[in-house]
Design a protein around this ligand. Structure first.
Ligand code: HEM
Length: 448
């Protein structure tokens, strides 16, 4: 059977399931079991062909279709933008398309993405307190970045897939908690990030059958949570979180996820893609360097004004995030049931159905962007969806920090370091790995 047949047959089963769920109930034991079956049936194809899966359903069924656990996928720019603006949003404990079915992996604390109401407001306030404004902290961030790049220079290479997540973990722990992690801690934290798919397996399998994999990761998480509570910044986070009745366990775990999942996985993927784009496009790289030379002589400490004047790299970061979104899906739950038109047929859906937004297809929607697959820094980025929009309840609180951080990283990388050669720059749109050129290595990496 061809991939196309497989993906479309899977959708026929989803249409059948929509009618069955209307009869047996969405959250009844049989309804849950049927949805779990649909979830894993689609997931088996998606983990190996995720982009093709999205486009085969979009091109053959339409901009809206069912996927995974009978969720309604929204794939155009207009639809995803509208979804992002829904306020208040009701969430389940999902990481985009991934359902967290093994809460043990997260020490039984929901992701902030899965929190609602007061609990979620409390978590957001703790985030906003923890995340520095890069314009005000450019010098400190610059020094931290420079130290990490100097370490990479000692080993003579910068490996995108392996080194960038470790750099992010190191720096985020320093700025959020003022704590330094050992090499061993950083490796254990990277294992947590890489092992995230283990959280989407049923709890029994993840915690018990795969204990040889998950137990050391969970133990490391417990250890770090205790260290966070000894940080000089802990008292202030505790004070803010307590105002919203968050427990110390919730506050520490929520910050752990902010650093590891959102901060590290998201930013290292986007940073890797920006480096990949600059490696492929010499003209762009030279223009960026010319601008850097104009705004920074490389001797004075970095400051916010230098970042504000580095406009080309800013646009290049936004355009890279459009083509290679670090976060692929956003998710929320339907507040009411109803009928949805899918492929010209009206299908019932139930209250609590997941509404997914596909950022990749929305970002490449030809109705919003001319020549959507081309890299173009002159586009209008005012409604870029990569950070879950801007200014609403659920928008990414790390947006400014992640963009400022990548600007700072590029300023140091291009002005103070050099490399002799690169390996192939390739994004894997088949296997569900981070959307970044994971295997790219800058070889012969050294100070200029
Ligand atoms: C310093 C780096 C970053 C930090 C600390 C951070 C932090 C967070 C946090 C804590 C949330 C959850 C917000 C909530 O529950 O209300 C979030 C959501 C989100 N972030 Fe970030 N983020 C960072 C970088 C990025 C990057 C680089 C991207 C993509 C380009 C990104 C895209 C998103 C998206 C799309 C969401 C919404 C996910 C959803 O609603 O399902 N973030 N971020």
């Amino acid at each position: 059977m061809t991939l196309k047949d497989q993906v479309l047959q899977g959708h026929k089963r989803q249409i059948w399931l929509a009618n069955i769920l209307a009869k047996v109930g969405y959250d009844t034991p049989i309804g849950k079991l049927l949805r779990l079956w649909a979830y894993y049936s689609d997931a088996i194809v998606m983990v190996r062909h995720w982009r093709d899966f999205l486009y085969i359903r979009k091109d053959n069924i339409g901009d809206k279709y069912f996927a995974v656990d009978q969720a309604i996928m929204h794939s155009s720019h207009a639809q995803v933008k509208e979804l992002m603006h829904v306020e208040p949003q009701i969430r389940g404990n999902d990481l985009g398309i991934i359902r967290i079915l093994a809460p043990s992996y997260l020490l039984n604390n929901p992701l902030s993405l899965g929190m609602n109401g007061r609990e979620h407001t409390g978590a957001r306030n703790v985030f906003l307190q923890a995340l520095p404004n890069p314009l005000e902290h450019a010098q400190t961030l610059g020094e931290l970045v420079n130290q990490c790049l100097a370490d990479a220079a000692k080993q003579g290479k910068l490996h995108i897939g392996k080194d960038l997540p470790k750099i992010m973990l190191n720096i985020l722990h320093q700025i959020v908690f003022n704590i330094s992690l050992s090499e061993e801690d950083i490796t254990a934290s990277s294992n947590f990030v890489e092992g995230l798919p283990l959280a989407s397996l049923p709890n029994f399998i993840s915690q018990r059958l795969l204990a040889f994999k998950t137990a050391p990761i969970i133990k490391h998480r417990q250890y770090l949570i205790e260290r966070y509570k000894e940080s000089p910044k802990w008292a202030s986070y505790l004070e803010t979180g307590s105002q919203y009745q968050l427990t110390p366990h919730q506050i520490a775990n929520t910050l752990f996820d902010m650093i590891h999942i959102a901060g590290t996985a998201g930013t290292s993927a986007l940073l890797g893609s920006v480096i990949g784009v600059l490696c492929l496009d010499n003209a762009l790289k030279n223009d960026v360097i010319t601008e850097f030379n104009h705004v920074w002589d490389g001797t004075e400490p970095l400051n916010g004004q230098i970042l504000e004047q580095s406009t080309l790299i800013h646009k290049a970061i936004l355009e890279t995030s459009r083509l290679y979104p670090a976060v692929r899906f956003v998710s929320q739950l339907a507040k009411e049931g109803g009928e949805v038109e899918i492929g010209g047929t009206k299908c019932p859906f139930q209250k609590g159905t997941r509404l997914l937004g596909s950022i990749l297809t929305a970002n490449r929607d030809p109705n919003r962007y001319n020549n959507p697959d081309n890299f173009d820094t002159t586009r209008d980025f005012s409604d870029i969806l990569s950070w879950n929009g801007q200014g609403q309840e659920r928008a990414c609180p790390g947006r400014n920090l992640s963009i400022g951080f990548i600007q700072i990283f590029c300023l140091y990388l291009l002005k103070k370091y050099k490399w002799e050669s690169i390996t192939e720059v390739k994004w894997d749109f088949d296997k569900v790995t981070a959307v970044t050129p994971n295997d790219l290595v800058l070889q012969g990496f050294a100070p200029q």
